[in-house]
Unconditional design. Structure first.
Length: 75
């Protein structure tokens, strides 16, 4: 399973900048729909595009592995 670490990236940026960051702000700056961002952050197993991931990596100034992680299936 792929796990998105969007909430962690938001928390890290909020700490760094010393302010609250909203999903609406991220949507406006990245061009990614608010609904898509909410699904990435809250819906387990959500599938998104590489373009969205690229935009989020640019926004958070992080490599892809800081935004997503692979969790092996339990056998």
């Amino acid at each position: 399973m792929i796990r998105y670490r969007l909430k962690e990236r938001i928390a890290d940026r909020e700490f760094r900048e010393g302010r609250h960051i909203t999903v609406s702000e991220i949507a406006q700056e990245t061009g990614v729909n608010r609904t898509t961002l909410s699904k990435i952050g809250n819906q387990r197993g959500y599938n998104t595009t590489t373009e969205v991931l690229d935009r989020l990596c640019n926004y958070f100034q992080c490599p892809i592995q800081d935004l997503i992680e692979h969790i092996p299936d339990e056998e």
